[in-house]
Design a protein around this ligand. Sequence first.
Ligand code: UFG
Length: 336
Amino acid sequence: MTILVTGGAGYIGSHTVLYLKEKGESVVVLDNLITGHRQSVLNNIPFYMGSLHDEELLHYICQNHNIEAIIHFAANSLVGESVKEPLSYYENNVSGTLSLLKVMNKNNIKKLVFSSTAAVYGEPKHVPIQEEDHAIPTNPYGETKLAIEKMLHWAEKAYGIKSVSLRYFNAAGADPEGRIGEEHHPETHLIPIVLQTALGQRNKINVFGDDYPTPDGTCIRDYVHVMDLADAHYCALEKIRNENEGGVYNLGNGKGFSVKEVIETCREVTQREIKVETSPRRPGDPAVLVASSQKARDELKWLPKHPDLKDIITHAWNYHAKQSHQNKKRNVQFVK
Ligand code: UFG
């Protein structure tokens, strides 16, 4: 039996594919390669370049690979972009998942692990955030992920499709062995941008707001290692396999770090100068997002192996420094 990973060439998807292979699972990847990278998936893993909207292709994959379960990452996932282009978020995320569920149903596939997000919560009333707290998204990205979670709830009732929705907080880090890492073009996430600054690929890092109601005035986030997220997907799959039960789970380390603290830790890890400038707040950024992941620890038996921010940044740095070295050899120019 095989696991289909949609979006398996993306950042979290490709790390999960690597992890599943290490666990001895048989895997097939589907990715449209709009934001994913073909080289992030090993050549010996069956790979289909295509869209979730292509139900014929999905059906073909299910028929030809004896698919037992699906881990579903494929989605648009940028908060700011979703505010500018809400309809394409509904189309790609909600309608794409609808196609996937229809094909699952047709092929009698009953297990799904879904990539959700902390963005479903919107502005939290208190931290750490628990799964039963109000989910009132403040952007279309979070809305589409919440809509899918609700669709999955009803798909279970009607068709018996068991699903686990994993609400990630801030994914960060890279494969500790440096084989793959975070590659977004353009990059919008804090840690890779700070590391690109350390590498001289950017002149400075703009801190979006230092007047938040936090101890140093900058936003606080809960950073979680991408390989720990990969492990959570495996734990979720095992729960559905063993208990035939799904659920909704937060994934974070339960510890918040401010933007300034992240930059300071990057200085410590890289031993490089990192120039900082304060700029206005980025619209839609909540001041503090920290997860309670007790439920995932209790019910999925999820135990993060790299909870330390310094380790997370060290793994990201090893990857970025290696890439920079290789790009210099290939004479690749960076767009700042
Ligand atoms: N930040 C800066 N400067 C930058 C980039 C980011 O100051 O150049 C700040 C942001 O304002 C924020 C923090 O760094 O306070 C983290 O920002 P990221 O963009 O790295 O991550 P987000 O917290 O915005 O987003 C993450 C996920 C989303 C998810 C969201 C939930 O990437 O997919 O958490 O709120 F939706």
